[in-house]
Design a protein around this ligand. Sequence first.
Ligand code: HEC
Length: 164
Amino acid sequence: MADSPTATSSGPLPITCWAGPAVFIAVAITVLAFFWWFLSSPSAAPEDQALQVETLREQLAPVGKMLVTKAEPGTGVANVIVGGEAVYQSACAVCHATGIAGAPQLGDQELWRDRAAAGVEALYGNAINGFQGATGVMPPRGGNAALNKAEVRSAVDYMLAALQ
Ligand code: HEC
């Protein structure tokens, strides 16, 4: 009986057979060791976290100062009225500066004529509640739910003033 022509080797398995699993196991051990190290490493001490928050606050302070233009004394942060131009820049310009997604562009009298003719109250309402018009979707408060109605109105005023 002759050997079958395909069975050529009967010695130990060739190196390529176990090199794959060995590499796999090595990688698995490395990953597990990393997770163990990650989970067991102590998190930052509370005083370090406080310091981080403080640093962050200092870094963000200029932005807050830029936006808050008029604070009523004694009314608290929630009632701070932010100036129309600042609201526009932070929440509306992303669409209205270039007219992206069908938004009427700031200062374009042609695009704003009919809208303005509907009256400023209608514009306030549409800016606050959002609406789907002929050219696109205006999200409620420009998509920034943190804005109060007075802030949205002041941004609309700013946009209307830009038409003159
Ligand atoms: C995601 C893009 C987007 C952002 C952000 C955005 N708008 Fe608009 N806005 C639109 C689009 C689109 C329209 C036009 C919708 C239409 O008429 O089809 C529109 C229309 C308007 C109109 C006209 C309303 C009318 O009755 O015709 C006003 C006023 C307005 N936006 C105010 C604002 C204000 C104020 C902000 C910021 C607080 C803002 N928008 C942010 C997309 C945006």
